[in-house]
Structure formats: C-alpha cells, structure tokens
Design a protein around this ligand. Structure first.
Ligand code: SF4
Length: 487
C-alpha cells in the first residue's frame, strides 16, 4: 500500500524514493512552529458536530461505513488500488459531499496540487460524489487580540490564488484539469527496482532545501577544489563546462556565463591566485562606516498561528540578540540578550539601551533580516519607533561586499554565509559550535520556551548565547579582514 507522500516522492526522484525506504526515518523538526491543535480550531470554524474522526491504521472501509451515520468526517482514511489517502474534512451536502483541503499557509497556489489531485482520484474511484471543493488556509490579515478567533484566523476558499495572491482558479476546476490516472504509476511503484536508480540532477537535489542524499549522489562535489568551475554562482552551464574539460573558474567560457558581478569576481579571483577585491569600491564602502561600529545579530522563531497579541500568522518572535561594539582604538564590548515567551517590548528597550547612539550598525544580511525585524518592532511599539528607526537609519549590510562581487576568495566555494567566510579565516577566537546554524538555535530555544525556564546554568542557554555571540564576533573579524585586503 502506498500513500500520497510516496507518489510525490517517486515523481520527484525515484532514487530518493528508493533510498528513503531503507533509511531510518529522519526526526522531523518543522521550520515554522505550530503549537495549536489546528483540527480543533478548524472544526469550530466549520461548525463540525458529531464527526467521525479517522485514525492511523484504520481499516480501509472504516470511513466508508462511517459515511452512513455521520455528516462530518475528519481525517478519514480511504483506499483504492493500493493508494491510501487521508481527507482533512468532508461534509455531507444533500446527496453528495463537500471536500475541504487544509493548507497551513497564507495563500494556496495551484502549482503544487498533486496531493489534492490524488485525493480526488481515489474518492472518484470509490464513487463518492463530490459536490464542492474548498481549501482552508490562514488569513494573512488576522491580528491576534486576546483569545484566538478561529473565524477570523482561517479562510475557507473555493479558489486558489495567483502569483499576486489574488483569487484565481476555482479549486475543483484546477484539480480536475491536473488529475491524471494513477494506475500506471502505482503499478510501476509496485514492481519496484532491481537496483537503486542512478542519480539524475534536478531541482529537488539542491533547491530550497538540499536533499539529504546529495553527498551520496554527487560525492565528487565534496571533494572538488575550491576553484572548481562548479562553484560558479548562478551558472546554468557549469556542469556542461566541466564535462568539456573546463575544470576551473579561470577556464569559464565567456560566451556562456551570465555575466554577473559575482561571476566576474570569481573568475578574476582564480586568475589572480585566489583572491579578488575591487579595492576602490571596498575602500569607499569601508570609509563610510563610522565608529563605534556595532555588529548585531538577531535570532527569532516563526509561528504559523500567532501566539501573542499584535501578531499575525507567520509572524516572528525575536528572542535573542548579540552585539559586539568595535571602538576606534580597537577595543570591543560584547552584550547579549536572551528571553523566552513574549518579551518583545523588553527586547526593543534593551536593544535601544545597548546599541550606542552614534556610529554604524552592521548586520550580515541586514536588508533581509535585522532591518525588517527592527521595522516590525517599531510598528508594534510606536513609543520606541523613533529610537528603533534611528538604528535602522545607521545600519549597513556586511554581506554587501560579498554579494555584490566586491570581494571574492575562492575558499568561499561559491557561498558567502558568515560561517563559510569564517571557515577560511583561521581565527583563534572563533569556535565551531555544537549549534551549527540558525535553525538549530531555534530548535534549542523551542525547548526552553516550552519548558518555560531560562536558567543561566542550563547547557542550552549557554550554547544559545555562545552561538549568537559567535555570529556578531565573526562580523568583527570579517570587518577587520576587509580592512586588510582593502590595503
Ligand atoms: S540528490 Fe538529487 S538525485 Fe540524489 S536522491 Fe536527492 S533528489 Fe535524487
């Protein structure tokens, strides 16, 4: 028996489907926190009464039997031709049934509909007459004020949304137009494989999230040299060029590069012995920085359903900052703030107190993170608006020299994360920590928040402070390095 998730995986990559079958299940840690019992809230919204609620391991015909006695079905399991599905909500509508899909996001688009189509394919083959189809999703305009208001929190939509988040195709029309017969696919899956399929590079290998099998599939990339042509950022022809024997950045075929500043600096770095710097531009950028220079790093958690007043679905809750203040004489101060639960106002007050009233404020990816978070704080707490926006007005992005191609060192291997840059610094004060990246820090914080304790002697508290502290410290090291190479 197969599930919709199996079909999805099989269609994406047969090798991934095969490897996953024999591998231990990965512990799943969601990127977005969802503490609430969503099905209870949606039941209230829909006015569900006396439902049949399906469970894992139900008999194949349990839900079908329940249809005789119940007007509402929640998480009902159905099976047809080896495929088992779970239907979030179904409601009797005279002689047919209305179908409710669930989308725990803000705008369901019609570009990823396989699970919807597969669900309807099974129900159609079981001769269940579907009258209307809806998608239930979170309302982006909802702002929490007191108890959660499920009527305002969710939207029941009979349409998908387009790229501009406006209502577009009706759900039923979109699903029926994309449905395919699953029988050949299920037969193929049933036959299985004589051997594990060879890797085929595709979008799923290294898209938004890198495939867990990537290093197994493409071991040569881990071994590749720093100046490999495969590190050429944004190049659609880099694999072709490698196949043709253009192994290094310096060999790139100029007629087949996209021509970005970044690519130029990568190729030049390889041609100039490993490092490229546009010294004029870098000097100009550095000369605009004013002492004291405050390097700041934030950590936050994102919630699907707003846990506190004034928050909307998918808003973030800031819980930690670290700042390193670099003075003109070279001395440094370090300050750190860590909280659990809702301490946004205290966070804002403390930040205003800790950041000097003059000088430049630096963040790595300031435009995409810290500046946005400060603007959100200013919107939430108008009493601190002026002070907060004054910090933003002095903020510069330390990522800019790297992402603009002002500086490139081949040891960056096509990436410019702070961790990657620090890996080539060999700085004695910088430690490779147990917490490896931002999401690990969020997962650690979740434990503290759920356990409701913030004990300074707790190992997690120590690790969180060290991790965030290392990021703002790393910025001071990178800044110094930029000064050195600017000459
Ligand atoms: S890395 Fe690519 S080819 Fe390998 S299993 Fe993942 S998706 Fe498939």
């Amino acid at each position: 028996m197969f599930h919709i998730s199996d079909c999805k995986k099989y269609n994406r990559c047969k090798r991934m489907y095969c490897l996953d079958q024999f591998a231990p299940k990965k512990q799943y840690q969601p990127f977005v926190r969802l503490d609430e019992q969503v099905f209870d809230l949606v039941s209230l919204k829909l006015g569900v009464t006396d439902p049949f609620t399906g469970r894992r391991g139900d008999d194949a015909d349990a839900a079908r039997k329940a249809m005789a006695d119940h007007d509402w079905l929640i998480n009902a399991r159905f099976e047809y031709d080896r495929l088992r599905i779970k239907v979030p909500f179904m409601h009797r509508n005279e002689d047919g049934w209305d179908l409710y899909f669930m989308f725990i996001g803000l705008y369901p688009h019609s570009n990823d509909m396989q699970s919807y189509c597969d669900t309807v394919w099974v129900l159609d083959h079981l001769d269940i007459w579907l009258k209307n189809m809806y998608v239930i999703h979170l309302n982006s305009d909802y702002v929490r004020n007191g108890e959660l208001d499920e009527n305002e929190l969710f939207i029941v939509s009979d349409c998908f949304y387009n790229g501009k988040n406006h209502k577009s195709t009706p759900v039923e029309k979109a699903v029926r137009s994309k449905m395919t017969d699953l029988t050949p696919l299920l037969e193929e899956m049933e036959r299985g494989f004589a051997e594990i399929p060879a890797p085929v590079r595709g979008n799923w290998c290294s898209g938004r999230q890198k495939c867990r099998w990537y290093d197994d599939c493409f071991p040569e990339e881990k071994e590749m040299e720093d100046n490999s042509i495969l590190t050429l950022i944004g190049s659609q022809y880099r694999y072709d060029m490698k196949k043709e024997g253009r192994l290094y950045l310096r060999d790139a075929d100029e007629s087949r590069i996209e021509g970005s500043h970044l690519q130029y600096s990568q190729i030049m770095a390889d041609r100039q012995g490993g490092l490229y710097a546009d010294r004029m531009a870098l000097k100009k950028w550095l000369s605009a920085l004013k002492y004291p220079i405050t390097c700041v790093d934030f950590e936050w958690e994102r919630f699907a359903i707003p846990p506190y007043d004034g928050m909307r679905p998918y808003d973030v809750l800031l819980f930690e900052y670290s700042i390193h203040i670099v003075h003109e004489d070279g001395t440094k101060d370090h300050k750190i703030y860590l909280s659990i639960h809702d301490q946004r106002e205290e966070f804002a007050r403390s930040l205003i107190r800790d950041i000097p009233k003059e000088g430049t404020v630096l963040a790595f990816n300031a435009e995409g993170a810290e500046k946005i978070r400060i603007q959100e704080l200013a919107d939430t707490f108008p009493q601190y608006r002026d002070d907060l926006l004054a910090i933003n007005a002095r903020m510069e992005d330390l990522q800019l020299p790297f992402e603009s191609g002002m500086v490139y060192d081949v040891r960056m291997r096509g990436q410019w994360s702070l961790k990657k840059i620090m890996a080539m610094m060999d700085d004695p004060g910088y430690k490779d920590l147990d917490i490896q990246q931002g999401m690990d820090a969020v997962f650690e914080w979740r434990f503290l928040d759920v356990e409701e304790k913030l004990d300074e002697n707790d190992e997690r508290v120590r690790e969180l402070k060290e991790y965030c502290g290392m990021d703002s410290y790393a910025m001071t090291v990178v800044l110094e390095w930029l000064r050195q190479i600017s000459g």
